[in-house]
Design a protein around this ligand. Structure first.
Ligand SMILES: [Fe+2]
Length: 315
């Protein structure tokens, strides 16, 4: 069971809870924004009180951290507002100190939150995947038509993490004041967003204000969009972001998936025939002479298992 659709969810008025998991020191608190109840993978909003500290250590999941308010010291790095970390599973992150309090989005991508004290990386850690950057200061805004067909002009993006195998993206994005897009979109990927500031409106879900969040499974209609005063938000996909656009407010996820498959049928007939024919059903994915070991990639395994689960319910 993958994470359920949650949209819109506004977390600002909910209370933080105290951690009771081993390895999570006092002075840290959490709210669950989304959760996969089978794997424990989750997106949390966390608060670290003044005086929080943690020894160097690793997690068994890929972890992403986005600092919303305050400052967190990670090893020698001062991580202020807008700092983003991608910490591969098994990566020994430096000691964390929070002298004056801090709030952050913290995402455990593969399993429940875990912490093991260590000052050396795990032998199997894919440590070259580590990312540390300030999204506000260290990256330029790009027009969002790096994905085509594109959202309307007035939506800008800074890509913070890109998985070369799955094309999963982590990014911040903004909408200009008076942003408007009149069509309806859906994707093949899961899509997640947290509104750092500002309110946008969607035809299906109404206003998503500051503190608003969604986890949206594939093929769910969203849009038209408007934003009166603009927004800035943190977003992610779990695989390739392709925009399917249309103007039918009544289509459902099954119809949207069929319409996506019809595009493959029309535009890549050879591939469609091969996938649809018997005897080519590779449970772990077809061989790829360029990426021989992609079957072992935990992120590919993780989200693929989730997506397959979703299909089982439909057929
Ligand atoms: Fe979308």
């Amino acid at each position: 069971m993958a994470r359920p659709h949650i949209e819109p969810f506004v977390e600002l008025n909910d209370d933080y809870k105290n951690f009771s998991l081993p390895g999570f020191a006092a002075h840290s608190h959490y709210k669950v924004l989304s959760l996969d109840v089978d794997t424990g993978a989750c997106t949390l909003k966390m608060r670290f009180d003044a005086g929080y500290s943690r020894k160097p250590g690793m997690s068994y999941a890929d972890v992403e951290i986005f600092v919303l308010t305050g400052t967190m010291k990670v090893g020698e790095q001062i991580c202020g507002e807008g700092h983003y970390l991608f910490v591969p599973a098994g990566y020994a992150l430096g000691a964390i100190d929070v002298p004056e309090g801090c709030e952050a989005l913290v995402m455990y991508n593969d399993s429940e939150p875990s912490f093991v004290e260590s000052d050396t990386h795990h032998a199997l850690c894919l440590k070259e995947g580590f990312v540390s950057t300030n999204a506000y200061e260290d990256a330029p805004w790009a027009v969002a038509n790096l994905v085509t067909p594109s959202v309307a002009s007035g939506c800008m993006i800074k890509v913070l993490h890109y998985d070369v195998l799955s094309e999963a993206l982590s990014f911040i994005y903004c909408m200009t004041p008076q942003f408007a897009q009149d069509n309806i979109s859906y994707h093949d990927c899961c899509e997640e967003s947290y509104h750092i500031w500002g309110t946008s409106w969607m035809m299906q879900f109404g206003d998503l204000p500051t503190g608003g969040y969604f986890w949206r499974p594939p093929y769910i209609d969203h849009g038209a969009f408007r934003s009166k005063f603009g927004t800035i938000a943190f977003g992610r996909t779990d695989s390739k972001l392709h925009n399917y656009f249309h103007f039918n407010p009544w289509s459902n996820p099954d119809e949207n998936r069929l319409r996506a498959a019809a595009q493959v049928y029309r535009q890549r007939p050879e591939l469609y025939q091969w996938i649809a024919s018997d005897g080519h059903n590779h449970p772990h994915g077809p061989p790829d002479f360029e990426h021989k070991h992609y079957h072992d990639n935990p992120q590919i395994q993780g989200f693929h298992a989730q997506h397959h689960h979703g299909h089982d319910h439909d057929h």
